[in-house]
Design a protein around this ligand. Structure first.
Ligand SMILES: [Zn+2]
Length: 206
């Protein structure tokens, strides 16, 4: 039996305690949008895992993925590291809760939940109507990505191409960082390349 992913949540007070509570039930998922045959999705998922290991992002397996690896904290953005350094908390970065990484091989949906913000038209920037964003989710769950029509410029574009990081997406494979903080831009680029094709992000908060 694999180890549980979650460690005990710390309850002591620190200057960033509120911030940590706020991020403790979050996840950042990068999703591949284009449909792939299962064997090619597996190849892509393996490429993502290989990259995560090479980066030192993941370590021991746990029941829902992998615990943060030896260099995980180094993969976080400059801003995040500066924030923790300022509060003398660099050593506890990624050690405060349910920090782990999952790689999802099969077609699944990811929703920003409490963090939801409708995405914007990739042509003119008009924000979509949340009802339109949710109207096509049944088809999308079966692999048919909906098209959204912009109410301003009239452009008809695939939903996954609408701009935003806190809406909803279906796809595979996907890599999900549970209770992590923002990653370095070069790490994001490498992950997107490993997933291949079109990708989008979903930042969730429960
Ligand atoms: Zn538009």
């Amino acid at each position: 039996m694999k180890k549980r992913c979650s460690s005990v949540r710390k309850t002591w007070k620190t200057p960033t305690f509120d911030r940590m509570l706020a991020v403790s039930d979050t996840s950042l998922t990068i999703v591949r949008l284009d449909v792939l045959p299962a064997d090619e999705a597996d190849v892509r998922a393996e490429a993502v895992l290989h990259l995560l290991r090479e980066l030192g992002a993941i370590g021991e397996p746990c029941d829902d993925g992998w615990a943060p690896g030896p260099r995980a904290a180094e993969l976080l953005s400059q801003e995040v590291r500066a924030f923790y350094a300022e509060h003398r908390e660099l050593p506890i970065l990624l050690r405060t809760g349910w920090n782990h990484v999952s790689v999802h091989r099969r077609w699944s949906g990811y929703h920003a939940m409490d963090n939801f913000e409708a995405p914007s038209c990739p042509i003119c920037g008009r924000v979509a109507d949340p009802e339109d964003v949710h109207a096509g989710l049944d088809e999308w769950s079966e692999g048919q990505e909906p098209m959204l029509v912009c109410q301003d410029c009239g452009a008809r574009t695939s939903q996954g191409d609408w701009v935003g990081q806190a809406a909803v997406a279906f796809g595979a494979p996907a890599v999900e960082f549970h209770s992590w903080e923002d990653l370095r831009p070069d790490v994001v680029t490498d992950l997107e390349r490993a997933l291949g094709g079109r990708t989008t992000w979903v930042r969730s908060r429960l």
